[in-house]
Design a protein around this ligand. Structure first.
Ligand code: SF4
Length: 380
């Protein structure tokens, strides 16, 4: 009955609710959870609320009531990822190498490149996805700051996506022998967990995520929709090169042609051209055109699910496309309403750089926030 679903979700959805409940009842473990940018606008109807109502604060409270010791917003890590990707893109453009840069925040797209276009693997951004960046910061920074044993942290992420379960298990997504993320719950599993613990979402107060990852920019939230990571990246590139903010949001003016959108902006006497591929449909014919066309692209964002993560394969089922559009609209409205629109303006992110990472692209950043990809066999 679902009209639009993630085309690359696992055929057999792996369930992790029991595993999480076991960890929550284990006194030796420190349960920690992060929730992806698109989740808060996708679950309202499951709890009898208005479709696409933003329930972020209610989810933090519910997750604490369930027993998670610390709750975080993956959008914070999306800000960090956008800053590192901007440094990577500016460096590649300066050298004229590995352009256009491909997004790597969608694991279904990354796996697709590894299987079908291994020659393009160097084009993939080497910055980990926001899920993995957050997992790594929790294990390698937050644990130290709070005198916690990193191996005792049970790190859960709630994602719109079944491919994220695969991504978290990749051997490349480990640091110092520990996985960045232990277990991934889909949005549907989150709803089940909240109901199993008997929590009345409508009867609880809104809360905030835990420090030090408690502030996000609105562009971190945009990662939940198609075009969002491109917009977030454009804002950071522009700000880094001009010290000004890119005021005209590109996300509402991009041209839509056969599932591909493109936009350009000028910064520091350079023109940057980004393309956004909305869904993997027809990608085998789209990709050669984008790579060999007259317009030289600097960045290509590909999200496997049409519309992006608001329409992921782990989200609550909806029987009309309009509800997916409402989720996307809710995220755009959050961006329009909020004041911190660029990741570089996020004071909490700035503190992490001051206290831990140092400069963008530093050795520490490379060690904890970057990864590598490699060719995979296609199993037919
Ligand atoms: Fe997962 Fe989002 Fe990619 Fe869909 S678009 S596969 S939900 S990361």
């Amino acid at each position: 009955q679902c009209v639009l679903v993630c085309p690359t979700g696992a055929l057999h959805e792996r369930q992790n609710v029991a595993e999480v409940m076991d960890a929550l009842s284990n006194p030796d473990l420190i349960p920690v959870v992060q929730i992806a940018p698109s989740i808060s606008v996708s679950v309202a109807t499951e709890f009898g609320l208005k479709p696409s109502k933003d329930v972020n604060g209610l989810l933090y409270n519910a997750l604490r009531k369930i027993g998670f010791r610390y709750v975080f917003d993956t959008a914070f890590a999306a800000d960090v990822a956008a800053i590192e990707m901007a440094a990577e893109l500016i460096d590649r453009k300066g050298k004229g190498s590995n352009l256009p840069m491909f997004s790597s925040c969608c694991p279904a797209w990354v796996k697709f490149v590894e299987q079908w276009y291994p020659d393009y693997i160097p084009a993939l951004s080497a910055v980990k996805s926001p899920q993995q960046v957050m997992g790594s910061l929790i294990r390698n920074y937050f644990a130290t700051e709070n005198e916690l044993n990193p191996s005792k942290i049970f790190s859960v992420s709630v994602m719109p996506c079944l491919a994220k379960k695969f991504e978290a298990q990749r051997e490349e997504m480990t640091t110092r022998g520990l996985s960045d993320v232990d277990t991934v719950l889909s949005t549907r599993e989150l709803v089940r967990l909240i109901k199993l613990y008997g929590i009345d979402i409508q009867g609880i107060e809104s809360q905030h995520p835990d420090k030090p990852f408690n502030i996000r920019s609105s562009s971190g939230k945009l990662f939940g929709i198609s075009g969002g990571s491109a917009e977030a990246l454009a804002r950071v590139v522009y700000h880094k090169l001009t010290s000004k903010e890119l005021n005209d949001s590109k996300i509402t003016e991009v041209k839509i042609v056969s599932g591909v959108k493109a936009f350009s902006f000028n910064a520091d006497e350079q023109t940057f051209t980004f393309a956004v591929v909305n869904g993997l449909k027809n990608i085998h014919s789209i990709l050669p055109v984008l790579m060999g066309g007259d317009v030289k692209l600097d960045y290509i964002e590909v999200m496997a699910c049409p519309g992006g993560c608001v329409n992921g394969g782990g989200q609550p089922y909806v029987d009309e496309e309009k509800y997916v559009k409402l989720r996307a609209k809710a995220i755009i409205e959050i961006d329009e309403a909020e004041g911190i629109k660029c990741a570089t303006r996020n004071p909490a992110v700035q503190s992490i750089y001051d206290e831990f990472l140092g400069e963008t692209g530093s050795e520490k950043a490379k060690k904890f926030l970057y990864t590598r990809y490699s060719k995979r066999e296609v199993l037919l």
